[in-house]
Each structure stands twice: as C-alpha cells, then as structure tokens.
Design a protein around this ligand. Structure first.
Ligand SMILES: [Fe+2]
Ligand SMILES: [Fe+2]
Length: 166
C-alpha cells in the first residue's frame, strides 16, 4: 500500500529527550489525532487520518517493544507489567490491522475507531499511572537519555521503511 500520509508524529520533539518524555509526547499526539478524527466527516479525510493514527501506533508499539520494554524488564525485573503491556499491544494491533484494510464508509468503521481509541486510552493510562511502567522506569537506574536516542533512531528507520511522506 502506498501511503501518502503526512506523519508529523512527534515532529515537535527535539533530539536529546529521554525515553519516557518521547513516549508521552507520542501518546498526546495520538490522542489529538483521535480527537481530530471524531470531528472529521468526509470519508476520504477520515480514512487518511485513520491510516495516520494506525501507522503512528505501529511505530510507537514497535519502539516500545524493541527497545523500551526490554530495557525495563532487564532493569526492573518485574515481568508482570511487561507481559500485560505486550498482551494489550497484541489486542490493539489486531484492531489496527482491521482498520488499515477498512473503508471509512464501512458501517462499522466508526465503531472500530471508537473501540481502538478506548483500548489505547486504557493502555496509556496504565503506562503513565503512578507505579506504572513509565514511573517504574524513572525510578530505575535505566539510562533513559540513551534509550530515548535509540528509540528516536529506530523510529526514523521504521518510518523510512514504511515509505511515509513526512
Ligand atoms: Fe505501550
Ligand atoms: Fe505507549
């Protein structure tokens, strides 16, 4: 699929930010896109925005799974939250796949988007709550600056391979 999507995900971010700040900024960006999608009425724009949301979610999930979560697991030795987060990713990922292949004119399109946005909101609350993965990472000895840099590099690579127009 050729995506003519303007992914500005976290383009307002600067280099040299720590991993948690980067992930939180992406969460805010994703929330903004869901809000924008709610206000959008034309099917073409809805479709484009949905693809943009899904693409951003895929890249966000990938950098968490490839870099952030393993570092967290190694640095904190708490598999419970780690495994739960992966399961939540898996569930959201299935819905992302369905939405990516769905027309915005399909009668279930809005419902799928709504359910995805609820799933993501719940997952984000878990990551950001006191005692959640992000605050656990902050309290650990993990080098969050180095991790943030690695995640930004990987993010650029992933966006590049997705042939996205930035
Ligand atoms: Fe996550
Ligand atoms: Fe996240």
């Amino acid at each position: 699929m050729s995506l003519q999507v303007s992914v500005v995900s976290a383009s307002h971010l600067h280099r040299n930010i720590d991993a948690v700040t980067l992930l939180k900024a992406e969460h805010r960006y994703i929330e903004d896109m869901f809000l924008e999608l709610e206000r959008t009425e034309t099917p073409v724009q809805k479709q484009q925005l949905a693809i943009q949301i899904c693409t951003t979610l895929i890249v966000h999930k990938d950098i968490e799974e490839e870099i952030f979560y393993p570092a967290l697991l190694a640095g904190t030795h708490s598999p419970g939250a780690h495994h739960a987060a992966l399961v939540e990713h898996e569930e959201a990922d299935r819905l992302v796949g369905v939405i990516m292949d769905m027309s915005a004119e399909h009668e279930f399109f809005d419902a799928k988007i709504h359910v995805l946005s609820e799933m993501i909101a719940q997952h984000v609350r878990e990551e950001e709550r006191i005692g959640g993965t992000f605050s656990t990472a902050r309290k650990s000895s993990i080098d969050l600056m180095a991790l943030g840099q690695a995640m930004q590099d990987r993010r650029s690579e992933l966006l590049g391979t997705a042939h996205l127009v930035r």
